[in-house]
Structures are given as structure tokens and as C-alpha cells.
Design a protein around this ligand. Structure first.
Ligand code: ADP
Length: 381
């Protein structure tokens, strides 16, 4: 019932509702004061008069005061009381209305500003922020609103950067395919085995890139399922290195595994763990020339097992180290691209390790000094 009767209130703005509620509270307060004064003041006045008459001076006054005088005093008191109540009520009402308006605006303004900002964000202006103002709760609301806006802005920037990066990455193989296809059509390029091999290689590179992108988008959105279970670090390292060993032998890069006899079991997803290790080993293989050496080690540190892949290959200049886990980041784009690298592998590896509760980092003493990639996975409890 009350919902129906008070329903119209919902159509008022926050400021309007506050203003109205202040007015109601003040009016009720004033009505009580008025009624109280009007009903109690004459009694108190009469009491006070009879008290005065009872005193030493009062006895003298009672002697000279006639009942007509007493009536006159009573009437004067009532008139004075009524006039002062009218004036006081008028002044109080005016001040109350003004104060209610100022306070309700003070509360409603930050809400209004947030409303306007949220509308601008919805329209795509992600740089919009609001100044924290008003009560503690409203300031906190403004701060979390700003955080939300910042993360929306970041997501949008990442989306734009991704679209730009993908377009850039696809352009190179597409340009090659287009050039060859055009040359073959015009008869400028001989339909040789070499020409078809190039076309095939570029198409394969594009497919690899698209596969990597799909994997990256899943990893970035954390849209992959993790089957966490207790697994043996020995098993993880040995099965992965066994799979990649032929590739290393073919390139004549020595692959050594050196694990301590006892390592705690880890709590991880076996396939994802193997994917990370495979990625680091493939990179080590790619960036280590023939005759080089790659070593896989592991050790137990606190609640984690730390895996390391160390190579004595091309190394990474110090200024590139902080960036190599970023999407599409390559130290030497032409060399990496020619080797089939998309600059996404380490980004995916980082997401996979972090999703399993671990960390990943890279170290290198500089160009030609080799690199070491280290990641941790939590120990099973
Ligand atoms: P890519 O597919 O290009 O190898 P990654 O994300 O796996 O992409 O690696 C990013 C960049 O980090 C590579 O382009 C390369 O420059 C550098 N990098 C990764 N691993 C190594 C390594 N073992 N030795 C030297 N540089 C490496």
C-alpha cells in the first residue's frame, strides 16, 4: 500500500527527495515546538506568577494587585507569546528551507556529476573521471567509479593496440602472398617449386599467427580451464624434453636436464605446465646457434618449485628485458619473424604461469651472453 502511495517520490531527483525529507522533518519539529510552547507556556507562566506572589515581595504585590490587573498581565503575556511564535516560526521556516536546499544540493551534486560522467563513458569517452566530493561513502563511490573508468580505458586501449598489432602482423605475410600470386598471374614469377614453397610458408605463418592469437585472447580473458592436480616436476620436465630432443639434435644444440633427486610435487595443470616449458625450450632452441647448449634445471624454493631454462645463445640486451613478456614484443623483429616467431609465446606463457599461481621472469647478461628464463609453480599441499 505504502509503495503505491509513495510511488511518486521515486520520480523526484535525489536532491528533491532529500530536500523534501528535510522539510518534512523540520515541519514536524516546528509543529511540536509550537504546540508545546502554546500548551505549556500558560501553565508555566501561571505557576511562576503564583510562586512570585507567595514570596515576601509577592505578598506586598498580592495586596495591591486586583484581579483586573492579573487578567491584563495574562492577556499581554498571551499576545506577546503569539507574536513571538509567529515571527520565530516565519524566520525558522525561511532559514530551514534555505539550509535544506543547500544541504540537499551538496549531497545531490556529486551524484549528478557521477551520473553525467557514467553517461559520457557509456558514449565511449573513457577518459572521463569525477572529482571525489561529498560524504565518505560518496567519495569512495567516486574513487571506485574512477577505478572502473580507468580499467575500461585500459581495456579499450589494449583492444585498439591489439587490432593495430594484428593488422600489422598480418600485413607482412599477406603482402608476400599477394606479390607472388600477382607475379604468377602476370607470368613475372615462374611457377616453380620455390615460388609455391614461399606461398605455402607464408600461408602457414599466417595460420600460426591466427592460432597464437586465438590462444592469446583465451589466455588474456582467462578463458581456459585449468585441471590442477599434483604432478611430479621430474615427469613434467622429462616428458617435455623427450618430445623436443629430436629437434635439438637436428640443429646440433645440446639439451641437458639436471634435476635434484628430490623435488616436492607441484600443484599445476600438466598440459599448461608442459606448454610453458615447451615455449621456453622452443625459444632457447630458436635463439641458440648450432653447437650451443640449453640446460633445464629445477629447485625447490619455499612453497614453490622453480624451473629454469638456460641457453648460451644470442642473449637479450638489458633494455629489452622488461618488455619481452609484452604482446608482439620482439628484440629483433626481422630475425624473430623469419624464424616463425610471433612475439606472443612469452605473453601466453606468463598468463598460464600466473593463472597457476606462479611467476615468470627472464635474465640475460647481454647480447651473445645467453639467456635464462625462470618460472615457478606452487608446491602441492
Ligand atoms: P617469438 O615468437 O618472437 O619468439 P616470444 O614471445 O616467445 O616471441 O619472445 C619474445 C621475444 O623475446 C623474442 O622475439 C626474442 O627477441 C626474445 N627471446 C625470447 N626467448 C629468447 C631466448 N631464449 N634468447 C634470446 N631472446 C629471446
Amino acid at each position: 500500500m505504502s509503495g503505491v502511495r509513495w510511488g511518486w517520490l521515486r520520480h523526484l531527483s535525489v536532491g528533491g527527495q532529500l530536500f523534501l525529507s528535510y522539510l518534512v522533518v523540520i515541519s514536524v519539529g516546528m509543529a511540536i515546538v509550537l504546540l508545546g510552547v502554546r500548551s505549556l507556556a500558560p501553565t508555566f507562566f501561571a505557576q511562576s506568577m503564583s510562586h512570585m506572589m507567595g514570596g515576601r515581595m509577592g505578598g506586598m504585590m498580592a495586596g495591591i494587585m486586583t484581579s483586573a490587573m492579573a487578567n491584563l498581565i495574562n492577556q499581554a503575556f498571551h499576545e506577546a507569546l503569539a507574536s513571538s511564535l509567529v515571527v520565530a516560526t516565519a524566520v525558522a521556516a525561511g532559514v530551514a528551507v534555505l539550509a535544506s536546499y543547500v544541504i540537499s544540493q551538496h549531497v545531490a551534486n556529486p551524484v549528478r556529476r557521477m551520473l553525467a560522467a557514467s553517461r559520457r563513458i557509456a558514449a565511449g569517452h573513457y577518459s572521463e573521471r569525477v572529482e571525489p566530493a561529498g560524504s565518505t561513502e560518496l567519495s569512495e563511490l567516486a574513487e571506485s567509479f574512477n577505478q572502473m573508468a580507468a580499467s575500461l580505458e585500459e581495456t579499450e586501449q589494449r583492444r585498439l593496440a591489439l587490432v593495430g598489432d594484428v593488422a600489422h602482423e598480418l600485413r607482412t605475410p599477406l603482402a608476400t602472398i599477394e606479390g607472388y600470386a600477382e607475379g604468377l598471374l602476370d607470368g613475372v614469377v615462374e611457377p616453380s617449386e620455390e615460388a609455391f614453397a614461399t606461398l605455402y610458408r607464408e600461408a602457414a605463418r599466417m595460420r600460426r599467427l591466427v592460432d597464437d592469437l586465438q590462444e592469446l585472447s583465451r589466455a588474456e580473458a582467462r578463458q581456459f580451464s585449468l585441471h590442477l592436480q599434483a604432478i611430479s616436476p621430474h615427469h613434467l620436465v622429462e616428458t617435455t624434453t623427450a618430445r623436443l630432443r629430436p629437434q635439438f639434435e637436428e640443429k646440433r644444440v645440446q639439451l641437458d636436464v639436471s634435476l635434484p633427486q628430490h623435488l616436492p610435487t607441484i600443484w599445476a595443470d600438466e598440459d599448461r605446465g608442459a606448454q610453458v616449458l615447451t615455449n621456453l625450450l622452443s625459444n632457447a632452441w630458436r635463439y641458440t646457434p648450432s653447437g650451443g647448449r640449453v640446460e633445464v634445471t629445477a629447485r625447490s624454493i619455499g612453497d614453490f618449485v622453480e624451473f629454469s631454462v638456460r641457453d648460451n645463445g644470442v642473449g637479450i640486451p638489458a633494455e629489452h628485458l622488461p618488455h619481452i613478456f609484452e604482446r608482439f614484443y620482439r628484440v629483433d623483429p626481422s630475425r624473430s619473424r623469419a624464424g616463425g616467431g610471433s612475439g606472443i609465446g612469452l605473453t601466453i606463457a606468463r598468463h598460464l604461469v600466473e593463472a597457476q599461481g606462479g611467476t615468470i621472469r627472464a635474465a640475460s647478461a647481454g647480447p651473445g651472453q645467453g639467456s635464462t628464463f625462470t618460472f615457478t609453480l606452487p608446491v602441492s599441499r
